[in-house]
Design a protein around this ligand. Structure first.
Ligand SMILES: *[C@@H]1O[C@H](CO)[C@@H](O)[C@H](O)[C@H]1NC(C)=O
Ligand SMILES: *[C@@H]1O[C@H](CO)[C@@H](O)[C@H](O)[C@H]1NC(C)=O
Ligand SMILES: *[C@@H]1O[C@H](CO)[C@@H](O)[C@H](O)[C@H]1NC(C)=O
Length: 442
C-alpha cells in the first residue's frame, strides 16, 4: 500500500519536487559553507517572519496580536516514526495533509519511557537518536506552519507512562510504594520526572539550533496525557503534583503555555459532578475546575469520548452528550476559570454497533459549530483537536478512532470549512498558501 496517494506528493516549501531543485542544493551547500564559517547563521534560515509565540489574553489565545481559535488534530506517533529512515516520511505526510486542510495545531507525544524506541531509556538517560527524531518532528512542523502541543508523560501504559517511572524507582531501591500512583507522590519519582522535563525543555534542537523552550513552533506543554489518581479520590494528591510540576515548567520556560492534559471530569465536591457521564468519573482523583484553576496553568484541556463513556448505542444520544459536555466546559472557562478551554481529544470509535463513517462527520460538525460560535462571541471555547490522524502503511499505529485525512472527501471538507471560517473570522489575511485557494471557493 502506498504511503501517500499521488495527489499528496511532497510539495513542501523547501523541497518542491518540480521546483528549482539544483539551485536549492546549491544554496544549501553555500549555506552549509557559511554556517561552518559563521556558526549561528542557521538561526536566520529558520527564523521565518512572523512565526511568533502563541500567548493568551483572558479567555482567548492570541497570535500576532489577534484572537486565535484552533482547528487541529492528534498524531501521537510522530516521534516514534521519525526514528527510522523508512517511516520518517509519514511525519511530513501527515503534517502536510494537516496544513492543506488549514489545521494549525497538532498534539503529539514528547515521551517514550523505557519502551521500544525509548527517548528516556532509564531515569535521566536519553537515546540521542530518538531525541533527534523529536528534533525532526519540531523542525518539520515549523516547515508546515503547524504548532505542536507536546505531552510529557502518559498516565496509561503505552510508551511507558507513570508505571515505568514507578518500576524504575523500585529497581533503584528508592521507591516508597509499588502503586503506580506513587508516580504522583513519591519524592524520588517527582525528581525523576523533573529531570526529564528539564532535559526536554532545555534540549537544543540539532536541526534548527533553537532550544525547545525558545521555539515558537511549540504551542504548549502538556503535563500528562489523561492524569488520574484513583488511589486518592479527594483529588489532593494530583492537585499537589500539578501545582509543583506546572510551577517547575514555568521556572524553566516562561514563554510557552502550559496545560494539564485532563479529560475534564468534575470532582466529587463539584456542583457540576452530575454532568459527568456517570457517577464513577468523580472518583478518579481529578477535578476539572480545581485542577485547571492554578495560576501556573494557562488553559484547560478536555477530552470527549462518548463511545467509551456512555453505554448507549444511539449516536444521537452520544452527540447530545457532546454538546452538553462542551457547553458546560466553555461556561467554566468563561465564568470560573477565565482561561481558554481546549478540547484536546475527541473522536468516535469504528467499533460501535452500526458505525457509519458519516457519524464522524456529524461529530466533527457539532464540535466545530460549538467552537465557531464560541469564537464569534469571543468566548473561551478555544479550539478542538481530532483524535487521530494516521497515514497508510502504519496500521499498527491505528486504533478504532484513526482517520487517514485524505481518504474521505466529506470528512476533509468538514474539517477544511472550519479552518476557513475561523481564519476569516479574525481576519487572518492574507490567508496563507493553500488556505487562500481553498477558502476562496467558500
Ligand atoms: C508581520 O507582522 C506585521 C505586523 O504584525 C505586519 O505588518 C507584516 O506585514 C507581517 N509580515 C509578513 C511577512 O507577513
Ligand atoms: C485583551 O482582553 C481585553 C479584555 O477582554 C480586551 O479589551 C483587549 O482588547 C484584549 N487585547 C487583545 C490584544 O486582544
Ligand atoms: C495501576 O495499578 C492498578 C493496580 O495494580 C491497576 O489496576 C491499573 O491498571 C494500573 N494502571 C495503570 C495505568 O498502569
Amino acid at each position: 500500500m502506498p504511503i501517500i496517494p499521488e495527489s499528496y506528493n511532497f510539495t513542501g516549501k523547501m523541497f518542491a519536487p518540480n521546483g528549482p531543485f539544483y539551485p536549492i542544493l546549491g544554496l544549501a551547500s553555500l549555506v552549509a559553507f557559511i554556517y561552518m564559517s559563521f556558526g549561528d547563521l542557521r538561526f536566520i534560515l529558520f527564523e521565518e517572519p512572523n512565526f511568533s509565540f502563541v500567548s493568551k489574553n483572558g479567555t482567548q489565545f492570541l497570535l500576532d496580536g489577534r484572537p486565535f481559535y484552533i482547528n487541529g488534530w492528534n498524531s501521537y506517533w510522530l516521534m516514534d516514526n521519525a526514528v527510522d529512515e523508512f517511516s520518517r516520511r509519514r511525519v511530513s505526510a501527515v503534517l502536510q495533509a494537516g496544513s492543506k486542510m488549514g489545521l494549525t495545531v497538532c498534539r503529539t507525544w514528547a515521551f517514550n519511557d523505557g519502551s521500544y524506541h525509548a527517548l528516556q531509556i532509564s531515569p535521566g538517560q536519553f537515546n540521542e537518536r530518538v531525541f533527534k527524531a523529536l528534533d525532526h518532528v519540531i523542525a518539520e512542523a515549523r516547515k508546515y506552519e503547524i504548532r505542536l502541543i507536546l505531552s510529557l508523560i502518559n498516565n496509561l501504559h503505552a510508551y511507558g507512562g507513570k508505571t515505568q517511572y514507578v518500576k524504575w524507582a523500585w529497581q533503584d531501591g528508592i521507591g516508597i510504594s509499588s502503586s503506580n500512583d506513587s508516580f504522583f507522590f513519591d519524592p524520588s519519582i517527582r525528581t525523576y520526572f523533573k529531570n526529564y522535563v528539564k532535559a526536554v525543555l532545555t534540549r537544543r534542537n540539532t536541526i534548527s539550533g533553537i532550544e525547545y523552550r525558545d521555539d515558537p513552533t511549540i504551542f504548549a506543554w502538556e503535563l500528562m496525557n489523561e492524569p488520574r489518581c484513583m488511589s486518592d479520590p479527594s483529588g489532593e494528591t494530583l492537585q499537589d503534583w500539578i501545582k509543583e510540576m506546572s510551577a517547575f515548567v514555568k521556572s524553566i520556560d516562561k514563554k510557552h503555555l502550559v496545560t494539564v492534559g485532563l479529560e475534564g471530569f468534575y470532582g466529587p465536591k463539584s456542583s457540576k459532578s452530575t454532568l459527568n457521564p456517570s457517577a464513577w468519573e468523580a472518583t478518579l482523583g481529578t477535578d476539572f475546575i480545581r485542577d485547571s484553576q492554578l495560576s501556573t496553568i494557562d488553559f484547560a484541556s478536555v477530552h470527549i469520548y462518548p463511545d467509551h463513556w456512555l453505554s448507549t448505542d444511539k449516536v444521537e444520544e452520544k452527540l447530545g452528550f457532546v454538546k452538553k459536555w462542551m457547553l458546560s466546559h466553555i461556561e467554566d472557562g468563561d465564568k470560573q476559570l477565565m482561561k481558554p478551554v481546549m478540547f484536546t481529544e475527541y473522536g468516535l470509535s469504528n467499533q460501535n454497533k452500526g458505525f457509519e463513517p458519516s457519524d464522524r462527520d456529524k461529530l466533527i460538525e457539532i464540535v466545530n459549530d460549538i467552537i465557531y460560535e464560541s469564537a464569534k462571541r469571543s468566548q473561551s471555547g478555544a479550539g478542538s483537536l481530532l483524535w487521530q490522524f494516521f497515514v497508510g502503511g502504519m496500521e499498527e499505529y491505528n486504533d478504532d478512532f484513526g482517520i487517514v485525512p485524505w481518504e474521505r472527501r466529506s470528512t476533509s471538507d468538514v474539517i477544511t470549512k472550519q479552518s476557513c471560517r475561523l481564519a476569516l473570522l479574525y481576519g487572518r489575511s492574507p490567508l496563507r498558501g493553500n488556505l487562500k485557494e481553498l477558502c476562496s471557493h467558500r
